[in-house]
Design a protein around this ligand. Structure first.
Ligand code: ADE
Length: 230
């Protein structure tokens, strides 16, 4: 069993899921005048929904997570809380996934309170029903067992973070230099997916981590500079 269950999501699946989500909305006979993407995860699904539902108007609000030191908990806030005149409009707020539910709920509440449109509904490609405290009005897939969905628009970011997680948290690696083959074995063990499935993103992520100064590469061995040693 992987320590962190990861499912690699393809671009084709994103198109299929967005189409399915658009269909569900249409079947409910509710047609929005305006779509609002929750940036950045909701961008691609929101744009595809506009295409499938023939909707012209697309805006975005950006959410950000703050780690509250005293509480050691993350809190979602809106980074640019701008106000627009959308009175009398029906708004669909779209995100990729509802995990804790914080983000989409925050966006909905903000839009209702500050923009005062005639109606706001929420949609996401996926809803993790076992952990979310917010249920979107529309979703395409209900997820029961928590999984990290590796969406195609965050491949480089995610692979880089997965690699750093191994260097920071795996006792077999802390303070040591390891070769790429061993790193690949650990990656498979941690996340349940073969690095080969990520194509060029794998080497791109390693290069980026070296360039950014998180890892060093000497004689083919990688070592973390900012991970502490034992
Ligand atoms: N963003 C927040 N939760 C996520 C998850 N479980 N998978 C992918 N992206 C996410």
């Amino acid at each position: 069993m992987a320590r962190v269950p990861v499912k690699l999501v393809s671009w084709d699946e994103i198109v299929e899921w967005s189409r399915g989500l658009a269909r569900k909305i249409e079947e409910s006979s509710w047609i929005p005048d305006l779509v609002v993407a929750v940036s950045r995860g909701g961008f691609v699904p929101a744009r595809l929904i506009c295409d499938f539902m023939d909707i012209n108007d697309l805006l975005a609000v950006q959410s950000q997570h703050w780690v509250e030191a005293a509480l050691a908990a993350e809190r979602a806030i809106l980074k640019y809380p701008y106000i627009v005149d959308v009175k009398d409009k029906k708004i669909l707020v779209v995100d990729d996934i509802v995990d804790t539910g914080d983000t989409l709920e925050l966006a909905k509440t903000f839009i209702e309170r500050e923009w005062k449109p005639s109606e706001v509904k929420t949609a996401a490609l996926q809803w993790i029903s076992s952990v979310a405290k917010f249920r979107p009005d529309y979703y395409y897939i209900e997820v029961k067992d928590w999984t990290w969905f590796q969406y195609p628009w965050t491949r480089l970011e995610d692979v880089s973070q997965f690699i750093m997680r191994i260097f920071r948290e795996d006792d077999r690696v802390k303070g040591r230099s390891i070769d790429e083959a061993y790193l690949k074995d650990l990656f498979k063990e941690w996340f349940g997916v073969e690095p080969g499935q990520f194509g060029f993103y794998w080497s791109e992520a390693l290069n980026r981590l070296v360039i950014k100064g998180f890892l060093t590469k000497e004689d083919g061995l990688y070592r973390c500079i900012k991970c502490g040693s034992r």
